[in-house]
Design a protein around this ligand. Structure first.
Ligand SMILES: Nc1nc2c(c(=O)[nH]1)N[C@H]1C(S)=C(S)[C@@H](COP(=O)(O)O)O[C@H]1N2
Ligand SMILES: [Mo]
Length: 247
């Protein structure tokens, strides 16, 4: 974890940090990674912040290359313990029953049959060790495995010309991503964390792992997905965080 607390930042930088989050959806952690600048180096950070904060959704969407891959890491760099985050404390994480859990599917798809955990696990699996970057200013490397989301979309006959995929979660959290991100090779419907079923707090039974996006675009405890052309928003997105929020 690399917490960048407000305490160590000058007031000017605090304002810039807020502006950066609201306007570009990037955290200071993400900015540090992108620019390679050292956060104690005030001037350089300042310049980078101003440059990045000029990006708007449209520019970011244009810059987004669906084939660009997020960096991957060796197992030795996995952050242990991995941080928990949600809009509530860890003890309140929902406890979903994996045996009765179903993933509802709706919207612009051909096959609305709900998915069971067994069906997801029977699909070809993928694994990744990637960095999760939270808008609150920390990042951590984790290992997730599951089904490439693209193959789920193919299996349900999703209209991949649609603009968005939206998600609803067992804890009332919700989020959405653009179709290019949904089809990205590293976007996976993850059932495992570090080679074992996702612990409750990290999103049991299923979370969307999107390493090209900030942490809040990685919904945990997913119970429903839908394909749509109508902007679905999200828990944080609707509170002013930048929707695109990624590279
Ligand atoms: N269902 C659900 N998913 C969620 C959240 C949440 O509160 N509820 N928080 C998001 C945020 S802001 C972050 S940083 C990550 C944290 O995931 P972790 O607990 O595995 O670190 O989950 C994201 N997905
Ligand atoms: Mo987050």
């Amino acid at each position: 974890m690399n917490p960048i607390s407000n305490k160590v930042l000058a007031p000017e930088l605090r304002r810039l940090k807020r502006r950066l989050l609201l306007r570009s959806g990037l955290s200071l952690g993400a900015l540090t990674m992108l620019t390679g600048c050292n956060l104690t180096d005030g001037d350089a950070v300042d310049r980078a912040l101003w440059a990045v904060s000029r990006f708007n959704d449209r520019v970011q969407a244009w810059l987004f290359d669906p084939n660009r891959l997020a960096p991957t890491y060796p197992a030795s760099e996995i952050t242990d313990p991995f941080p928990f985050n949600a809009y509530y404390p860890e003890d309140n994480a929902p406890e979903v029953d994996g045996d009765t859990w179903k993933l509802e599917v709706s919207g612009l798809v051909e096959d609305r049959t709900p998915w069971t955990l067994a069906r997801l696990r029977a699909m070809p699996q993928a694994s990744q060790i990637t960095r999760h970057i939270c808008i609150e200013g920390w990042s951590a490397v984790g290992e997730w495995s599951g089904v490439p989301f693209r193959s789920v979309l193919e299996r349900i006959g999703a209209d991949t010309r649609a603009r968005y995929v939206g998600f609803k979660c067992a804890d009332r959290y919700y989020s959405s991503i653009d179709m290019a991100t949904a089809l990205h090779p590293q976007t996976i419907l993850a059932t495992d964390f570090r080679g074992a079923p996702l612990p409750d707090k990290y999103g049991f039974p299923v979370k969307l792992r999107v390493p090209t996006k900030l942490g809040f675009k990685n919904p945990k405890h997913i119970v429903a997905l839908f394909v749509t052309n109508e902007y679905p928003g999200g828990w944080w997105e609707d509170q002013g965080y930048n929707w695109f929020s990624g590279s």
